[in-house]
Ligand binder design. Structure first.
Ligand code: COA
Length: 159
């Protein structure tokens, strides 16, 4: 079975991430969306909230599972018996960081390969921070995230 982990912070999930998840689900038998408990970032949403929002967004994708993890990505992938990592490349600026991460992971676990998917052009400018910033100024974010995610973001900024 070809199992892949698609890791990220997903604070929150956007159409850009969902594009990568949907396309990966057509390549692999099973895709695990791995939400990192990222100590380097101060998230707007708790891990539980992020998990719930992604689960709702991938309901129509039966071979996609959503989990959270803490620690090294490679340890998480091994614990799930995944042979692949999926990363999205939005622009050339992503490349250097991704290459460094991939090569480090490859040294630690040579049996796990990283597959890059180029993010669809219409989402190549998108990031979770951009969406949050727009929402914080009351701008419309419906084009960037599913409706249930947009509602949750707006709710956070109303408080
Ligand atoms: N569409 C839209 N936005 C996208 C995107 C896409 N397809 N792909 C990435 N992004 C955005 C994210 O929204 C995020 O935006 P933000 O910075 O505004 O929040 C940004 O790009 C970075 O995204 P993400 O993919 O979530 O990466 P990350 O840097 O937060 O986390 C991990 C990357 C989880 C893979 C990495 O930190 C990791 O593996 N950590 C575990 C510890 C570890 O193993 N370290 C050793 C690594 S060698």
């Amino acid at each position: 079975m070809k199992r892949a982990v698609y890791p990220g912070t997903f604070d929150p999930v956007t159409f850009g991430h969902l594009d990568i998840i949907e396309r990966s689900s057509r390549i692999f038998d099973e895709v695990i969306v791995g939400i990192l408990v990222n100590h380097a970032k101060v998230p707007l949403f708790t891990v539980e909230e992020r998990l719930e929002m992604i689960e709702r967004a991938v309901r129509q994708m039966p071979n996609v599972k959503v989990m959270s993890f803490d620690g090294l990505l490679i340890d998480f992938a091994k614990s799930q018996d995944a042979g692949f990592l999926v990363r999205g490349l939005r622009a050339v600026t992503d490349f250097e960081y991704e290459l460094q991460m991939t090569q480090t992971n490859k040294v630690i676990a040579p049996e796990i390969d990283t597959i890059f998917l180029t993010t669809s052009l219409k989402y190549s400018y998108l990031s979770s921070s951009t969406v949050k910033e727009l929402a914080s100024f009351g701008s419309d974010i419906d084009r960037f995230v599913p409706a249930h995610v947009a509602d949750r973001i707006k709710e956070k900024y109303r408080k």
